[in-house]
Design a protein around this ligand. Structure first.
Ligand SMILES: Cc1ncc(COP(=O)(O)O)c(C=O)c1O
Length: 466
């Protein structure tokens, strides 16, 4: 039907919006066409590789009379052909796995509903769903009856929500000496958080890590003493569960003890490793994390819940309410229900929880464990087969591994990683090139469910011969 549609305005008005009473035949046909294009892009992933080497997407800007569906579909196809493809088995560069099918459907449904998580009256069932799912997740990680959480668009925002609540809870919101601590391998976005919070750069304090990349408790204690001498008031210590470059885990139990003794808010950045704590996968350091006040979990990074999907869980929802609730004077609230826009930085929010809920419901704990375990197994297989005489290798217990030929200085590491990243890309393997310990490394993130042992074997052959 759409193929015969011309660019004249009368016809176009039929498909401005879905039809509220008719059959929606046009929409159905547009959805079918979209579905065909998406499935064809997926099916041809192998042919096109993980990243378009010679990008040739020409952007067209909106015109006076708008464009026809035919024009747009043809442009959508070119856009997709020039996109990064997380589905390709060689897509191993970042924390961006293939999308779960039920999450794709969840995104579509969320867009169709166009409900707004700002307030109950704009999203009744979905506000309830978010509250219930986040309470369920809180209980799964061992938080108590007052716990719960809020979604945000990405790990940075979830961490920021937590830090703002921590500072507010400590009564230090307008204190220029307010400070927080992270490990020296924590994610760079904490610098952004500190800036947004108006903290002096010296009040984001980095604690040394040990040779495994975990926060060193000895240095943590020393740092706390030093802060006290300098009159810096620590409102939070951030422990990372799964560092970005090598998947290291900070020692939660030890940090938790120190936080308790010093009355400091423990925030866990579990953007990468947090999701493991709702499973039975036995990894030391990923259990007993309920000593924290807050934890970020980012299922978009490893499970394949489509972007964005980030969760902040808190041991007591009053923290979020006290920090963020301002009242919504133009909203009719439901009694005994706090509108979800009152619990974090974001006001209007899409119904992202649908794709998370559908993804988790479809997988169940067993399916989640299958995906997480397979990522770790693949990392172990790659690590075992990389030539350890040739490479300096960094990897913790999770699915991330960074490596570089031994003995390289920064200049050599710069050129070696640039040249070989492109060489790998030409062989349909996409790895990333992080800066780490003053040099450049290649990094593989083994969270792609489509990558088989035989793909890893091919990757190893290249890596051991370059
Ligand atoms: C450990 C960690 N924390 C936070 C972030 C920031 O997450 P986002 O990019 O979703 O904001 C990342 C991103 O990779 C990360 O690896």
């Amino acid at each position: 039907m759409f193929l015969r549609m011309t660019n004249d305005l009368i016809n176009k008005k039929d498909i401005y919006f879905p039809n509220y009473s008719g059959s929606n035949e046009n929409l159905n046909s547009l959805l079918n066409k979209t579905s065909q294009i998406i499935c064809s892009w997926f099916s041809n992933s192998e042919k096109y590789g993980p990243f378009p080497i010679d990008e040739e997407f020409k952007y067209h800007m909106p015109t006076e009379n708008g464009n026809s569906p035919e024009d747009l579909f043809s442009e959508i196809e070119t856009l997709m052909l020039n996109s990064f493809n997380p589905l390709h088995p060689g897509s191993l560069a970042h924390l961006d796995p293939p999308p779960l099918i039920f999450s794709i459907l969840g995104d579509l449904i969320a867009a169709a509903l166009n409900n707004n998580l700002l307030a109950y009256e704009l999203s009744p069932s979905i506000s309830d769903l978010e509250e219930s799912l986040f309470r369920w997740l809180s209980k799964k990680i061992g938080f108590g009856d007052y716990s719960g959480g809020i979604a945000a668009s990405g790990g940075t925002l979830s961490n920021l929500n937590a830090l703002i609540a921590a500072r507010d809870n400590a009564g230090l919101s307008s204190d220029p000496n307010a400070a927080f601590l992270i490990s020296d391998e924590a994610h760079s976005s904490f610098i952004k958080c500190a800036k947004i919070m108006g903290l002096h750069e010296n009040n984001l304090i980095k604690v040394k890590t040990d040779n495994k990349g975990s926060m060193d408790l000895k240095y943590l204690k020393k740092t706390i003493k030093k802060c006290s001498k300098l009159n810096k008031k620590i409102f939070s210590i951030v422990a990372t569960l799964g560092t970005t470059i090598r998947g290291a885990l900070d020692p939660i139990e030890g940090i938790g003890e120190i936080c308790k003794n010093n009355n400091i808010w423990l925030h866990i950045d579990g953007s990468i490793g947090g999701i493991f704590s709702i499973t039975n996968i036995p990894i030391n350091g990923l259990k007993n994390i309920n000593c924290a006040n807050s934890i970020t979990i980012n299922p978009q990074k490893i499970l394949g819940i489509t972007k964005t999907s980030s969760i902040l869980l808190v041991s007591n929802m009053e923290y979020l309410k006290n920090t963020f609730s301002t009242g919504l004077p133009y909203i009719s609230s439901k009694s005994n229900f706090l509108d979800r826009g009152e619990l974090g930085l974001q006001g209007s929010r899409p119904a992202e929880v649908i794709k998370l809920w559908l993804g988790l419901r479809f997988l169940g704990i067993k399916g989640i464990e299958d995906i997480l375990k397979s990522s770790i197994d693949k990392k172990i297989y790659l690590e075992k087969n990389l030539n350890s005489k040739k490479y300096e290798i960094y990897s913790g217990p999770l699915h991330i591994i960074s490596f570089l030929p031994k003995g390289m200085n920064i200049k050599d590491s710069n050129s070696w990683t640039q040249i070989n990243r492109i060489k790998l890309l030409k062989n349909n393997f996409m790895l990333s090139r992080p800066e780490f310990k003053g040099k450049y490394f290649l990094r593989a993130v083994m969270g792609n469910y489509n990558t088989s042992e035989s793909h890893i074997g091919d990757l190893v052959k290249i890596l051991n011969s370059i």
